[in-house]
Design a binder for this molecule. Structure first.
Ligand code: SRM
Ligand code: SF4
Length: 572
């Protein structure tokens, strides 16, 4: 018997709840509107549903004013996000994405902060062909966005150890088993015939129900000592626990999230809290039951407060834990000890299991493109043509050419040399530890630049870094174009959130291992002030730091920013 979906706890359901309810399990009128040629856009109701199919309607914001002046409709286009559990793609799949980006997209691929591909600039009439070609490569875009469980992340070196490989399999299983069951995606995009039947909640969506979740839900699995997936930023994070070389299970952390709105203290980034431990074969059950708690108790009235972190805060951590144990029918074990030491990527060649090699490459801003002086996209395509292992997209927007034999390693090195492809070792450690969200021109929510601006800002910060002898100091720096936190700004030792064109709030104090959020240091400042402030704090760091002390820890110890008492809550 499926549990009845409780009414929204805090008021009347939001408009999106109505849209989902009327959509007949995410179908809406998508099939019809995607076929019409009246507009390059689609109605808002269908756009809401579209997200559950892995896509957003956007418009090119660089062209917005000019088109408005010319009384033209916005330059509508679609963003498409692939579901890629653990970020693992086969070379043939890389080649398909590479080709589709040229054929139907804007000629580039974005490697995202959740280990997958995004394409931008797809026109409405090319969407179906694009999705069909992705599907033919055995990938899909189902549930890559929307009020469902999203792409499940996992530590990004699956073949570096047997444990990584095992954890990857768990992330894939979670991603597959937690998919919505509706056939809407297959009918709208893949021309599957609709089977006439009376919709039955239990049959169609046994876990989600007809309203799906109140909001997006994110799961990730970390393998200590790397916290590359930022496990405490997940709605539900798992930390792999290894004893005597064996995976014995996972610590469970709940209620993390990065998003907030400027000036609204009812919204805030929050770290997930560890509530217990489960064995590997209990993982799916824990995930499923946690999701059903959010399904039943999440705020379906105010979308800004609908994420699981707010449900946990409203109900209380202990209540949620007890509810989870009730639904499981067994008690969670005590959490085991673990240790993280960084949340960034490690670059270059690393030997993994079975004599295979892994090469992590630095992809600035996650943008795979052919630049005037750096043919990155072509180089990766040429590697994909000869590569017999996999590609691993990392949570820091980079890529690992994984599972490479010694013989192929030589060929890949030759291609790297031919194209000047870099593992980032000649860059400052600051740049290698940088992340920026997409922001302008495609993101409709951006208030300032991020991906297009951070590299230029880092050029200037590097001068300060060099003057202070900090070139090889691993300091994480992250920029987002708005407070939604897509580049997990609140877990960067230096963080920027866009406020207005050219203006950012600046944050300091996050932990290098992703276990403490940052605090606001300066509000609404432009480049000149950013550099002035960084000059002061970085030169103090160079002179006053203790041995081995990370920059984020230093800014707290030196009183540059103050840690909150519990080290977690972060408000403007
Ligand atoms: Fe995000 C919305 C891009 C990871 C929090 N995010 C968006 C949208 C779809 C804008 C929109 O709603 O119109 C952005 C599309 C821009 C574009 O043009 O492509 C967007 N988010 C991204 C990506 C591509 C950033 C990147 O440069 O890599 C990341 C895609 C991840 C993926 O593959 O699934 C991305 N977004 C994140 C993360 C990081 C993470 O999950 O680890 C976060 C913070 C964690 C969290 O969810 O708390 C994040 N995105 C948001 C939010 C705030 C949600 C909230 O409830 O607080 C929004 C706004 C919303 O949902 O209303 C958002
Ligand atoms: Fe867009 Fe804001 Fe996310 Fe950046 S952080 S991609 S500006 S929603």
């Amino acid at each position: 018997m499926v549990k009845q979906i409780l009414k929204a706890p805090d008021g009347p359901p939001s408009d999106v709840e109505g849209i989902k309810e009327r959509s007949n399990y995410l179908r809406g009128t998508l099939k019809e509107v995607m076929g019409d040629r009246i507009s390059a856009g689609i109605p808002e109701d269908d756009n809401r549903l579209m997200k559950h199919h892995g896509s957003y309607l956007q418009d090119d914001r660089d062209l917005r004013n000019e088109r408005q002046k010319q009384k033209l409709e916005p330059a509508y286009q679609f963003m498409l996000r692939v579901r890629l559990p653990g970020g693992v793609a086969a070379p043939a799949q890389w080649l398909v994405m590479d080709e589709l980006a040229d054929k139907y997209g804007n000629g580039t691929l974005k490697l995202t902060t959740r280990e997958t591909f995004q394409m931008h600039g797809i026109l409405k009439w090319n969407m179906k062909k694009t999705i069909q070609e992705i599907h033919a490569s055995l990938l899909d875009t189902i549930a890559a966005c929307g009020d469902v469980n999203r792409n499940v992340m996992c530590a990004s070196n699956p073949y570096q150890s047997e444990i990584h490989a095992e954890v990857y399999e768990w992330s894939k299983k979670l991603s597959d088993d937690l998919l919505p069951r509706t056939r809407a995606y297959h009918e709208v995009w893949l021309d599957e015939e609709k089977v006439a039947s009376t919709p039955d909640v239990e049959e169609v969506e046994p876990m989600y129900g007809p309203l799906y979740l109140p909001r997006k839900f994110k799961i990730g699995i970390a393998v200590p000592p790397s916290n590359d997936i930022d496990v405490f930023s997940q709605d539900l994070g798992f930390i792999a626990i290894v004893e005597e070389g064996k995976l014995i299970g996972f610590n469970i952390a709940i209620g993390g999230g990065m998003g907030m709105s400027h000036g609204d203290t009812a919204t805030y980034p929050q770290l997930a809290k560890v509530i217990g431990f489960c064995k590997p074969d209990q993982l799916y059950e824990v995930a499923e039951k946690t999701i059903t708690i959010q399904r039943d108790y999440g705020n379906r009235s105010v979308r800004k407060n609908a994420r699981f972190k707010y449900t946990v805060d409203r109900l209380g951590l202990e209540t949620v834990k007890t509810e989870l144990e009730n639904r499981l029918g067994w008690k969670l074990d005590e959490a085991k000890s673990y240790h993280f030491d960084h949340n960034g990527d490690r670059y270059g060649w690393v030997k993994g299991i079975q004599g295979k090699w892994n090469l992590t490459l630095f992809i600035e801003g996650g943008r795979v493109a052919d630049f005037a002086d750096y043919k990155l996209k072509t180089a990766l395509r040429e590697i994909a043509k000869i590569h017999t292992g996999d590609f691993h997209l990392t949570p820091n927007q980079n890529v690992i050419i994984a599972n490479v034999s010694s013989q192929k390693k030589k060929q890949i090195n030759a291609l790297m040399e031919q194209y000047g492809l870099t593992d980032g070792s000649h860059f400052s450690a600051l740049r290698r530890n940088s992340m920026a969200c997409v922001a302008l021109p495609t993101c409709g929510l951006a208030m300032a630049e991020a991906e297009r601006y951070l590299p230029n800002l880092i050029d200037k910060i590097e001068t300060i870094v060099d003057e202070n002898g900090l070139r090889n100091e691993e300091i994480t720096i992250r920029m987002t174009g708005c407070p939604n936190g897509c580049a997990r700004h609140a877990l960067g030792e230096i963080g920027f959130i866009g406020k207005a064109p050219g203006k950012y709030n600046m944050y300091l104090g996050a932990a290098h291992d992703g276990s403490r959020l940052s605090k606001m240091y300066r509000e609404n400042i432009g480049e000149e002030e950013i550099l002035k402030e960084l000059n002061v704090v970085l030169s103090r760091y160079a002179k006053e730091r203790n041995e081995g002390e990370h920059f984020g820890d230093f800014t707290i110890r030196a009183g540059i920013v103050k840690a909150t008492t519990d080290g977690t809550n972060f408000h403007e």
